[in-house]
Design a protein around this ligand. Structure first.
Ligand SMILES: Nc1nc2c(c(=O)[nH]1)N[C@H]1C(S)=C(S)[C@@H](COP(=O)(O)O)O[C@H]1N2
Ligand SMILES: [Mo]
Length: 455
């Protein structure tokens, strides 16, 4: 697990992409004057109660040169408006990409590409940056060759049916924002491996606006005996034929979707095009991609990834199974591991919170490892089983600091410390880690992943 040579560099609050190579060199060589002055005036303004000038310094010679310059882009004809026909991010943002964790799986097809949470804003994960966990690689399925079958144990479905993608798109759709988090998100942290960046500690969570049809409506269309069904089995069409049991109560709530839309367009192939099951609040593996079959039944189906995988080894040696709900969790995404605070002064501390039980009620942030807590500002909208963004301003005084966030959901559940979580779950778990994350800001400004003894 040692080769993280592809870890992202100094991102925010030091967005190196916006600095010239010369400026980066200056910073790395310790000549930080151009930023020191900016931050000094910012923190002075904070102390004085917030002057108009708090976030930018007086114009420097370099600023004047830029503002008075007449660059190509201000004096010539730009590019044709239909090139490219499908837009791409700026080439200056090329660092913000999904990354594979070295050593996690022998073959790349069965690995995870983690989402770069450290560089994202708001709550929507751009589709091209959504994490990708595939047990046997992803496929580009021809939608005209894809079908979804709904069937069941004897007596449970009056009219078993096979739907095309077009059939499903004719039905009345709903659009909802939901997170998907792999049950193995933050897995390495159980063993305190301290992987270096938030991309690897928490990058198996993403949030999209999904468009699709409640599975309930499809079951009604098939004349399912809704009172008789207690569990459903969902199966994917890919080589892994991922299968999972889902309690019928979730389906009856109307929340479980057969989705084809993601962030305003069709699902991306990596994320299950042309159909995926969205089971809000439930661990990623239940959100079956390339959905091809739903079977209705009366007992849990005992699939591989609920009996052997995605289970927790408890202190008494028993396996905890069918614990699929993702409990309330949060993480500071910036400043976070691998980033560098270039100098003392004002920073925006930002992060994400979510709960498989509903809406986020509040998020508190600590700068001293959990001794004092400050209520973060929640940036709406706060939605059911969706990522929720929080922000809080902080002036770094140049000394070692321990940054933590702690979320509370609408049920009153409070995100636990590692000490609290290990008391219940022991130390042999891999999955379902929702403990409070600590980032240490060292005196050098480097940010590290640490775990404190009593938090
Ligand atoms: N058909 C199929 N569905 C699947 C998987 C898979 O490999 N095949 N992986 C599961 C797992 S373990 C997770 S965490 C989520 C990941 O969804 P994503 O790749 O869209 O992020 O999909 C789930 N659904
Ligand atoms: Mo997963």
């Amino acid at each position: 697990m040692s080769d993280y040579s592809n870890k992202p560099g100094r991102l925010r609050p030091a967005p190196e992409n916006f600095l010239s190579a010369q400026q980066i060199q200056q910073v790395q060589a310790g000549r930080r004057d151009f930023l020191r002055r900016a931050f000094a005036s910012a923190s002075a303004a904070m102390v004085a109660g917030g002057a108009v000038n708090a976030y930018a310094d007086e114009a420097t010679a370099q600023d004047e040169k830029i503002i008075l310059n007449k660059p190509d882009w201000g004096t010539t004809l730009g590019r044709p408006v239909d090139e490219p026909p499908y837009g791409m991010p700026s080439k200056y943002e090329a660092n913000l990409v999904r990354r594979i964790s070295p050593g996690l799986a022998a073959v790349k097809q069965a690995n995870v590409a983690f989402a770069p949470l450290q560089g994202m804003f708001g709550i929507v994960t751009p589709s091209g940056l959504h994490f990708n966990r595939s047990h046997q690689g992803w496929y580009e399925i021809d939608p005209s060759q894809h079908r979804l079958m709904i069937m069941g144990e004897p007596g449970l479905v009056a009219h078993p049916k096979v739907y095309s993608v077009g059939d499903i798109m004719r039905m009345q759709p709903v659009s909802r924002f939901h997170f998907i988090e792999c049950g193995a998100n933050s897995a390495m942290e159980w063993a305190n491996v301290a992987v270096p960046t938030v991309q690897y500690t928490h990058g198996m969570v993403s949030c999209s606006e999904y468009t699709g049809v409640p599975l309930l409506h499809l079951l009604q269309d098939c004349g399912a005996n809704l009172k008789g069904v207690r569990f459903i089995l969902a199966e994917g069409a890919d080589g892994s034929h991922e299968t999972r049991t889902i309690p019928m109560s979730l389906v009856l709530s109307g929340e479980v979707l057969v989705a084809y839309g993601q962030n305003g367009e069709m699902l991306r192939p990596e994320n299950g095009y042309p159909l995926r099951l969205v089971v809000p609040g439930v661990e990623g593996v239940s959100n079956i991609k390339y959905l091809r079959r739903i079977k209705l039944g009366t007992e849990p189906f005992g699939a591989k990834d609920e009996v052997l995988g995605y289970v927790d080894l408890m202190p008494d040696g028993k396996l905890r199974q069918y614990t699929s709900l993702m409990e309330c969790k949060s993480v500071i995404t910036s400043p976070s591991g691998g980033q560098v605070l270039l100098d003392k002064g004002l920073y925006n501390v930002t992060g994400l919170a979510w709960s498989g039980r509903g809406r986020i009620k509040r998020v508190d942030v600590s700068f001293d490892g959990g001794v004092n807590w400050h209520r973060a500002r929640i940036e709406g909208p706060v939605q059911n089983k969706a990522l929720t963004r929080f922000n809080i301003p902080w002036v770094w005084n140049g000394r070692s600091a321990f940054l933590q966030s702690r979320a509370v959901d609408e049920t009153g559940y409070v995100q636990p410390t590692y000490e609290q979580l290990r008391k219940v779950r022991g130390t042999r778990s891999v999955y379902h880690n929702n403990a409070i994350q600590t980032w240490q800001v060292e005196e050098t400004g480097d940010v590290r992943n640490v775990q404190l003894a009593h938090s």
